[in-house]
Design a protein around this ligand. Structure first.
Ligand SMILES: Nc1nc2c(c(=O)[nH]1)N[C@H]1C(S)=C(S)[C@@H](COP(=O)(O)OP(=O)(O)OC[C@H]3O[C@@H](n4cnc5c(=O)[nH]c(N)nc54)[C@H](O)[C@@H]3O)O[C@H]1N2
Ligand SMILES: Nc1nc2c(c(=O)[nH]1)N[C@H]1C(S)=C(S)[C@@H](COP(=O)(O)OP(=O)(O)OC[C@H]3O[C@@H](n4cnc5c(=O)[nH]c(N)nc54)[C@H](O)[C@@H]3O)O[C@H]1N2
Ligand code: SF4
Ligand code: SF4
Ligand code: FES
Ligand SMILES: [Mo]
Length: 895
C-alpha cells in the first residue's frame, strides 16, 4: 500500500494505483472523461488535472508516489478542469446536456456549473441503430476511446475502432458496416463506459450506466454459472435496465448479452400467469386451489399404486438453493423417496464423481481469482468466450498479458485463436489425449516427485498404464500431432503455476468420469493442486445454480452437503433435523426415471424448470416416457415442450422475481433478490413446494428462504457458516464454510485432500472408444453445444432482442464436407441419426474439422435432441451429447 496526502487528508491506496484513485479514495470527485477504473488510462482529455508536489498533472495517468502531496481544489485547477470540460462539451449538440441527462459528461458539467448552453455543436453526423441492444449517436461522440478500450481490454472482442481525423473522429465498428453485422457480442461494455450517451441501450434504460446508476436491486445473474453481480433498475414494477456491478466479485463491472440485456422474456405475452390443468386432452386455466388439489390427489394415487418410489422429481438448476433444498426435502420427507435429481446429471455429474474420487470434494479446487493468476492455462473442452463470457474475457485478458495458453477442443473456438498450442482431438478421445500428456510429463521428468511421494496415491498403476500412451500412439487415436502433444505437455509441465479449466467437452461423453479423472491426473503429477505451485482443476459449471442444486442434495444418492444417503450416520443427521426417517435406498437418476415411466413403474413425475423434452437426449423417447406417466406436473415460466406433455402446469417466478441464493462455478454463495413482481398468479418454486406440501397435509417447515438455508447448514456442516444475513453483509462467500465467524475456503486441500486417506488419487482408466462412430450410413460426427446469444432451451433468450442476434439453430460444417454433400451456406438441411431427425440451417465454416459438424440446441423446434443417443457416461449417466453419428441432406437449397 502507498500513503499519500490529498488536500491535506491522508489516504492509502494499493501499490501502482493512480493519483485519480487516490483522489477518489479521499472522497474528492473530479471529472475524468477519458478514464474508467476498468481500463488502462489514456490521459487524453485533460479534465482530471491536479497539482502533485507542485506540478500540474493529469491524475488518471500519474502514479500515486509514496508520500506525494496532491492538491485538487485550488482556483486555477478548477478553472483548468472547467475549461477542458467546456471545450469538450462545446463540440456537442445541446441535447448532450439538457434535462436530467444521466451521462457522466452532463454530470460533470452540472457539478462544474456549466449549463446546457455550453454545448454548441451541430447535429447531423447520424447514427447506427441496427443492433437491438447497442445504439450509436455519432453527434455525441467525443472520441475518448473508452468504448474501444472496453471492447478490447475488458471484453477482448476488438469490435470497435476510432475513425476520421481531428474533430471529426468518431467510434465505429471495425468491420466498417452496420453495428448489427460487426463482431459485437453485445456485452454492453461500451454502453456502460460511454461518458456522453453516444453509445446507449435503446428503450427505458437509455443512457443509464454504472457510473451514476439510480437506486437498484443488487442480485446475481440467473443465466450461467459465472455468477455476475447485477444492479437491476426498475420503474413501475418493470425492469428499466440491468447494470453490471463494479464491485461484483466475479464480474468486476462486466457482464454479457444475457445477464445484461436478455430480460425481455419477463413481460413476454407468452409468460404463464395461471395454473393449467389437462381436461379432455387440453390444458385449461384453473385456480391454484384446484390445481393443487389435483397435484395432491395424483401424488397420492401414484403412491397408492406403486409406493413412494413410484414418484420422482427433477429439480431445477435455474432455481435457488433454498428451492432445491425444499424440493429434495419434500421428496424425502413428504413422499418418502430419494427419487430426486437435477440437470447436473446432464452436464457436470462426471465432475462431481471424478473430482470427489480424485480429491475428496465435488467442486472445483481453486477460486477463479487464483486461476486468473496462472502463468499457463489449459482450457479443455470448454468454450468460455461464448458459454461463460465474463470468465472467457478474463482468461483472454490474462493470455493477452502473457500467460501461456493450451486449448484442447476439436473446434476452433474463440480462445483457440489466441492459443500457443491448440490440440484438436477427435470428439470422444480425451482419455487417450490426457494420458498422452501425462506420458510426456512423466518421461520428461516434468513431475513433482515430492508431492507424488507425500500427498498422492496411485502412481505405480498410472505409470504402468501410461507406457501404452506414447505420443505417436496417441496421435493415432486422437488425431492430435505428436509434436503438438509434446509441446502442450511441456508448456503445462514447465509452468510455474499452471491451472486447468474445463467444460462439457470433457464430461458429456460415454467415459466422461474417466475423462475428468485422467485430466485431474495432470494436476496431481505436477503438484499443481492443493499447493502454491498451481491452481488445480476447475470445471466451468454451467447453469446459474447447478453447483447449488447438487450442494443442496437434489440428487438421488446424496443428501445436502454430499453425505451418502446409503450411510446410516449421514441419514441420522438429517433425520435429527427433519424428525422423520430418511429412505435409505438411492433413488432414480433422470434417465432411469424416464425408463421407469416407459416401463409403467414411475407413476408421477414433477418436473421443475427443466425442459426435458427439448434438452434431454433422444427426446422422442423422453416424450414417450412423459406420455406413459399417469401424472406429470411441470413448474414453468412458459409452455415449454415438457409443459405441453404435462397434466398440470404451475406458473412460476423467474430469477428476477424471487429471493434466495445461488452458488456459482467457483463455489461462491451469492444473494438473489426480487427486483420486480412475478406476473399474474405466478408464484416462486419455493412457495409452490410449500403449497403442494400443505395440499398433501404436511408441513415441511422452513417458512422463508433464509430459514431453508439455515436448516440446510444444520444438516451439512460445510454450509453451517452461511446465512442470508452474512451474504447481505459480505456479498459472496465460498464453501466449505463451516464457521459463521471464519471466511469460506476459496482454495481447497491446502493441508490435506478430503479423501479418506487424505491423499490425491491418480486414476488409471484405459482409453475406451465413444458410443457412436461415423460410418457409411452416418458419415459425419455431430458435436452439440452452445452459442453466445442463446441459453439452453432458449425459452428466455428466444423471447426478446437476442432472437435478432441469432435467429435459428445452425449446423456448422467444414467447406470440404459442404462440397462433398452439395451443401451451400444457408441451405435448409435435414440431419438424421439412428435416433431421429432435425432441421437445421447450414453454416459453412472452418471452425469445425472435416468430418465433424456442430450445432446448438437452442431452438426446440429444430429437434437437435431427437438426434442424440441414449449413450451415457458409464459412471454417472451423463448423456453423450458430444458424439452422434449423423448424415445430412439438403431439404431446400439457398434461394
Ligand atoms: N450462451 C450460453 N452460455 C451458456 C449456456 C448456453 O446455453 N448458452 N449454457 C450453460 C450451461 S448449462 C453449461 S453446462 C455451460 C457449458 O459450457 P461449455 O462446456 O463451454 O459448453 P459446450 O459448448 O457445450 O462445450 C464445450 C466444448 O467442448 C468441445 N468438445 C466436444 N467434444 C469434445 C472432446 O471430445 N474433447 C474436447 N477436448 N472437447 C470437446 C466442443 O467443441 C465445445 O466447444 O454453458 C453455460 N453457459
Ligand atoms: N444436444 C445437447 N443437449 C443438451 C446439452 C448439450 O450440450 N447438447 N447440454 C445439456 C446441459 S449441460 C444442460 S444444463 C441442459 C439444460 O437444459 P434445461 O435445464 O432444460 O434448459 P434451460 O433452458 O436452462 O431451462 C429449462 C427451463 O426452466 C425454465 N425456468 C427458468 N427459470 C426457472 C425457475 O426459476 N423455475 C422454474 N420452475 N423454471 C425455470 C425455463 O423456462 C426453461 O424452460 O441441456 C442439456 N442438453
Ligand atoms: S457491446 Fe461489447 S462487444 Fe459490442 S462493441 Fe460494445 S464492448 Fe464491444
Ligand atoms: S457471464 Fe453468465 S452470469 Fe455473467 S451476465 Fe453473462 S450469463 Fe449472466
Ligand atoms: S481522465 Fe485523465 S486525462 Fe482524461
Ligand atoms: Mo449445463
Amino acid at each position: 500500500m502507498t500513503g499519500i496526502e490529498v488536500d491535506g487528508v491522508s489516504v492509502t491506496v494499493p501499490e501502482g494505483a493512480s493519483l485519480l484513485s487516490a483522489v477518489r479514495a479521499a472522497g474528492v470527485e473530479l471529472p475524468a472523461l477519458c478514464s474508467d477504473e476498468r481500463l488502462s488510462p489514456a490521459g487524453s482529455c485533460r479534465t482530471c488535472l491536479v497539482r502533485a508536489d507542485g506540478t500540474i498533472v493529469a491524475a488518471c495517468v500519474s502514479p500515486a508516489a509514496p508520500g506525494a502531496r496532491v492538491e485538487t481544489d485550488a482556483d486555477d485547477l478548477r478553472q483548468l478542469r472547467r475549461d477542458a470540460v467546456r471545450l469538450i462539451a462545446s463540440a456537442l449538440p445541446r441535447r448532450a446536456l439538457t434535462g436530467d441527462n444521466p451521462s457522466e459528461l452532463a454530470h460533470a458539467c452540472r457539478s462544474l456549473g456549466l449549463g446546457p448552453e455550453a454545448a454548441q455543436g451541430a447535429e447531423g453526423r447520424g447514427g447506427d441503430d441496427s443492433h437491438p441492444y447497442v445504439h450509436l449517436d455519432r453527434d455525441l461522440c467525443i472520441a475518448c476511446g473508452r468504448c474501444v478500450r472496453m471492447c478490447a481490454e475488458v471484453q477482448g472482442t476488438f469490435a470497435l475502432t476510432l475513425v476520421g481525423r481531428g474533430a471529426g473522429t468518431v467510434v465505429a465498428p471495425g468491420t466498417g458496416g452496420p453495428w448489427a453485422e460487426s463482431d459485437c457480442v453485445a456485452c454492453g461494455g461500451c454502453v456502460d463506459t460511454c461518458p456522453t450517451g453516444a453509445i446507449t441501450e435503446p428503450g427505458p434504460g437509455r443512457g443509464l450506466t454504472s457510473a451514476h446508476a439510480p437506486a437498484a436491486t443488487r442480485t446475481t445473474c440467473g443465466y450461467c454459472g459465472v455468477g455476475c453481480a447485477l444492479d437491476v433498475v426498475t420503474a413501475d414494477g418493470e425492469v428499466t435496465a440491468v447494470l453490471p456491478a463494479r464491485d461484483g466479485p466475479v464480474n468486476q463491472g462486466h457482464a454479457c448479452v444475457k445477464g445484461r440485456f436478455a430480460h425481455g422474456y419477463l413481460t413476454s405475452p407468452e409468460r404463464l400467469t395461471c395454473p393449467l390443468l389437462r381436461r379432455y386432452g387440453r390444458l385449461e386455466p384453473v385456480g391454484w386451489d384446484e390445481a393443487l388439489r389435483h397435484v395432491a390427489r395424483g401424488l397420492r394415487a401414484a403412491i397408492g399404486a406403486g409406493g413412494a418410489d413410484a414418484v420422482a422429481a427433477i429439480s431445477s438448476a435455474r432455481a435457488t438453493n433454498e428451492e432445491n433444498y425444499l424440493v429434495q426435502k419434500f421428496m424425502r420427507v413428504v413422499i418418502g423417496t430419494n427419487n430426486v435429481d437435477n440437470c447436473s446429471r446432464l452436464c457436470h455429474s462426471p465432475s462431481a464423481a471424478g473430482l470427489t474420487a480424485s480429491f475428496g470434494l465435488a467442486g472445483g479446487t481453486d477460486s477463479f481469482d487464483d486461476v486468473e493468476r496462472a502463468d499457463c492455462l489449459l482450457v479443455v473442452g470448454a468454450n468460455p468466450v461464448e458459454a461463460h463470457p465474463v470468465v472467457g474475457a478474463r482468461l483472454l485478458r490474462r493470455v493477452l498479458r502473457g500467460a501461456k495458453l493450451v486449448v484442447a477442443d476439436p473446434r476452433a473456438v474463440g480462445l483457440a485463436l489466441h492459443a500457443d498450442v491448440h490440440l484438436r482431438p477427435r470428439p470422444g478421445t480425451n482419455v487417450a489425449l490426457f494420458h498422452g500428456l501425462a506420458h510426456v510429463l512423466l518421461t520428461e521428468g516434468l513431475v513433482d516427485e515430492e508431492f507424488l511421494r507425500e500427498r498422492a496415491a496411485g502412481l505405480p498403476e498410472l505409470a504402468e498404464l501410461l507406457m501404452d500412451y506414447p505420443p505417436d500412439l496417441v496421435e493415432d487415436i486422437t488425431g492430435v500431432p505428436a509434436e503438438d502433444l509434446v509441446a502442450a505437455a511441456r508448456l503445462y509441465g514447465r509452468a510455474r503455476q499452471p491451472a486447468i479449466v474445463y467444460g462439457l467437452g470433457v464430461t458429456e461423453h460415454l467415459h466422461g468420469t474417466d475423462g475428468v479423472r485422467s485430466l485431474a491426473n495432470l494436476a496431481v503429477l505436477r503438484g499443481a493442486v492443493g499447493t502454491d505451485r498451481g491452481y488445480g482443476v476447475n470445471p466451468l459449471r454451467g447453469q446459474n445454480n447447478v453447483q447449488g442444486a447438487s450442494d443442496m442434495g437434489a440428487l438421488p444418492d446424496l443428501l445436502p452437503g454430499y453425505g451418502k444417503v446409503a450411510d446410516p450416520a449421514v441419514r441420522s443427521r438429517a433425520e435429527a433435523v427433519w424428525g422423520v426417517p430418511v429412505p435409505e435406498r438411492p433413488g432414480l437418476r433422470i434417465p432411469d426415471m424416464f425408463a421407469a415411466a416407459r416401463a409403467g413403474a414411475l407413476r408421477a413425475l414433477w418436473v421443475i424448470g427443466e425442459d426435458v423434452c427439448a434438452t434431454d437426449p433422444d427426446s422422442n423417447r423422453v416424450a414417450a416416457a412423459l406420455d406413459a406417466c399417469p401424472l406429470v406436473v411441470c413448474n414453468e415460466l412458459f409452455l415449454s415442450e415438457t409443459a405441453r406433455h404435462a397434466d398440470i402446469v404451475l406458473p412460476v417466478a423467474s430469477w428476477l422475481e424471487k429471493d434466495g441464493t445461488f452458488v456459482n462455478f467457483d463455489r461462491r454463495f451469492q444473494r438473489v433478490r426480487p427486483a420486480v413482481p412475478s406476473p399474474g398468479e405466478a408464484r416462486s418454486d419455493f412457495d409452490v413446494v410449500h403449497a403442494v406440501a400443505v395440499a398433501m397435509g404436511s408441513d415441511i417447515g422452513c417458512p422463508t428462504p433464509a430459514d431453508a438455508l439455515a436448516e440446510c447448514g444444520r444438516i451439512a456442516p460445510v454450509f453451517a457458516g452461511l446465512s442470508h444475513d452474512r451474504l447481505d453483509r459480505e456479498g459472496a462467500v465460498p464453501w466449505p464454510c463451516p464457521d459463521p465467524d471464519r471466511p469460506g475456503e476459496a482454495k481447497l486441500y491446502k493441508e490435506r485432500f478430503a479423501t479418506p486417506d487424505g491423499r490425491a488419487h491418480l486414476a488409471a482408466p484405459p482409453y475406451l472408444p465413444p458410443g457412436e462412430h461415423p460410418h457409411d450410413d452416418y458419415p459425419l460426427l455431430l458435436v452439440t453445444g452452445r452459442r453466445w446469444a442463446h441459453y439452453n432451451s432458449g425459452s428466455m433468450t428466444r423471447r426478446g432482442g437476442n432472437l435478432a442476434l441469432d435467429p435459428v439453430d445452425f449446423l456448422d460444417l467444414h467447406p470440404d464436407d459442404a462440397a462433398r454433400y452439395g451443401v451451400r451456406d444457408g441451405a435448409q438441411l435435414t440431419v438424421e441419426s439412428r435416433h431421429g431427425q432435425a432441421r437445421l440451417i447450414a453454416r459453412v465454416s472452418e471452425q469445425t474439422a472435416p468430418g465433424q459438424v456442430f450445432s446448438s440446441f437452442h431452438f426446440p423446434a429444430s429437434g437437435v435432441n431427437r438426434l442424440t443417443s441414449s449413450h451415457a457416461d458409464t459412471v454417472t449417466s451423463c448423456p453423450e451429447y458430444k458424439v452422434t453419428a449423423v448424415r445430412v441432406r439438403v431439404r431446400r437449397p439457398v434461394g
